[in-house]
Design a protein around this ligand. Structure first.
Ligand code: C5P
Length: 401
C-alpha cells in the first residue's frame, strides 16, 4: 500500500521547488496531499499542486466544505508522514510555540506522525539567534530537520539558506516513512489452533482452542517485518495480513509441515496440538443404531512438535512454547520448558474453560532467567508484548535489522 505524505508548503520563494518535489514523490509511488499556507499561496497556486499531486489541496482551517469532507484531525491522521518543504522561519517559530492559527500549524500541532521539515530562508534569518533557538527546540521535539544548503540565495545574498537538494530531502523522507521493521530479515514460524484427530470419516477428537492467540502472534511478527509462516489447525480465525498460511488437520500433518519449514530464526508453537490420536481410523462412518457403542479405540500419543523443533539439528535461535494449565501453573510450565527444550514458555491458567475463544488472556512468561506475570491483556496485546521481547532478545544476539 502506498504511503501517504502530507506536504505543507509555507511562504518562501523555494515553494516553487515543491512542485518538483511532488513529482519526485509521485515517481516513488507516494500518495501526496498538499496543504498550502496563505504566504505559500503567493508563490504557488493550489491548481498547480492539485494537478501534480492528483489530490485536493487544503489551505483553509475554517472551510465548511473541507471540514465536512475530511476534518483537519482526520487529515493529519491519514498521513504516514508530514513534510514541511519549504519551512519558513515563521512556521518554525509557530511550531516551537505551539501556535495553531491556520490549517498548516493546526495539523502540525495535532499530529501523532513523524514530521520532516526542510527550512529555506535568507542567510541572516537562518543565522538569527531566534531561528537557532527554534531549530534546537524542534530537534528536541523530535522533528527531523533537513538543513538548508549553502549557496546563492534568491535574494542575491550568499550563505546558508537554500532549500536542501530535492534528492536529499527525498532520501530523508524515504527513510522516515519506512515502517519500524526490526524483524525484516528474519523468518518466523508460528503454529496455531487445535488439531483434528480423525476417528472415522466424519468424526474427530479435538479441543477448544480458537487459534486467536497464535494468529495474533503471527500478525504481530509480520507487522514488524518478519517473513512469517503460520501453520494452523482448523479455526475460524481469518488469515492474518502479510502472513503465509498453511492449513493442516492432524498433529502428524502439523509436525511434517513444521519440520519441512525449518530452518527459521524463531518458532512460536501456540497450537493446542491434540496429545493423542486414535490407533486406527474407522474406514466407514460409525453407525449410531446401537444404544451403547461397544467399540474400542486405543489412543496413542502424538509427536510433540515443540519438542521436535527444540531438539532439531536445525533448531531456531529462539523457540517459544505455550502452556495451558488448570493447576500449578508456574511449576508445570517451568518443568515443560526444561523437558521440551524450548527457550520460553508462555503459561496461562485455563481452569473452568477460561481463555479459550476469548479476546483477553493473562499470562506468565517463563524463561531461563526467571518469570514475569503480565497483567490481563487482549490477545493482540499479549502477542505484541511477546514480539517486543523477541525483538530485544534477537537484537542482543545481533540478529535483527
Ligand atoms: O504439553 P503441552 O501440550 O501442555 O505443551 C504445550 C506446548 O507444547 C504448546 O506450545 C504446544 O504448541 C506444544 N505442543 C506441541 N505438540 C504437541 C503437544 C504440545 O507442539 N503434541
Amino acid at each position: 500500500m502506498s504511503k501517504h505524505i502530507l506536504l505543507i508548503i509555507s511562504g518562501s520563494i523555494a515553494a516553487v521547488k515543491s512542485l518538483e518535489l511532488i513529482r519526485l514523490l509521485k515517481n516513488k509511488h507516494y500518495n501526496v496531499t498538499c496543504v498550502l499556507t496563505k504566504s505559500g499561496e503567493q508563490f504557488v497556486t493550489p491548481m498547480a499542486l492539485a494537478a501534480l499531486s492528483g489530490n485536493k489541496v487544503y489551505s483553509d482551517l475554517f472551510s465548511l466544505n473541507d471540514e465536512t469532507e475530511m476534518g483537519h484531525i482526520a487529515l493529519s491522521r491519514a498521513a504516514d508522514l508530514i513534510v514541511v518543504a519549504p519551512a519558513s522561519a515563521n512556521i518554525m517559530a509557530k511550531m516551537v510555540a505551539g501556535i495553531a492559527d491556520d490549517l498548516a500549524t493546526t495539523l502540525l500541532l495535532a499530529t501523532n506522525k513523524p514530521v520532516v521539515i526542510a527550512p529555506a530562508m535568507n542567510v541572516k534569518m537562518w543565522e538569527h539567534p531566534a531561528t537557532k533557538r527554534n531549530v534546537a527546540q524542534l530537534k528536541k521535539d523530535g522533528i527531523m530537520i533537513v538543513e538548508p544548503a549553502v549557496g546563492t540565495l534568491a535574494c542575491g545574498e550568499e550563505g546558508q539558506g537554500r532549500l536542501a537538494e530535492l534528492n536529499h530531502i527525498l532520501a530523508i523522507i524515504e527513510k522516515e516513512a519506512a515502517p519500524y521493521q526490526p524483524l525484516k530479515k528474519l523468518k518466523a514460524l508460528v503454529t496455531s489452533g487445535p488439531t483434528h484427530e480423525a476417528l472415522d470419516p466424519v468424526r474427530y477428537l479435538t479441543n477448544r482452542s480458537s487459534g486467536k492467540q497464535g494468529h495474533a502472534v503471527a500478525a504481530a511478527l509480520a507487522h514488524l517485518g518478519a517473513d512469517v509462516l503460520l501453520i494452523s489447525g482448523p479455526t475460524s480465525e481469518p488469515d492474518p495480513i502479510g502472513v503465509t498460511v498453511k492449513k493442516v488437520l492432524s498433529a502428524e500433518d502439523m509436525l511434517k509441515t513444521v519440520m519441512n519449514a525449518l530452518p527459521v530464526d524463531v518458532a512460536v508453537c501456540a497450537a493446542a496440538v491434540s496429545d493423542w490420536r486414535a490407533d486406527h481410523i474407522e474406514p466407514k462412518k460409525i453407525k449410531k443404531e446401537k444404544s451403547v457403542l461397544d467399540m474400542t479405540f486405543t489412543f496413542m500419543q502424538n509427536p510433540d512438535i515443540l519438542e521436535n523443533v527444540s531438539k532439531s539439528e536445525r533448531r531456531p535461535s529462539l523457540v517459544i512454547g505455550f502452556a495451558a494449565e488448570t493447576e500449578n501453573l508456574t511449576e508445570n510450565a517451568r518443568d515443560k520448558r526444561k523437558r521440551k527444550g524450548c527457550d520460553w514458555v508462555v503459561a496461562n491458567l485455563v481452569a473452568g474453560g477460561a481463555v479459550f475463544g476469548e479476546t483477553e488472556n493473562q499470562v506468565t512468561l517463563i524463561t531461563e532467567q526467571g518469570e514475569e506475570t503480565w497483567p490481563k491483556l487482549t490477545k493482540t496485546q499479549v502477542a505484541e508484548k511477546l514480539v517486543e521481547k523477541i525483538v530485544i532478545t534477537l537484537k542482543a544476539g545481533g540478529l535483527t535489522a
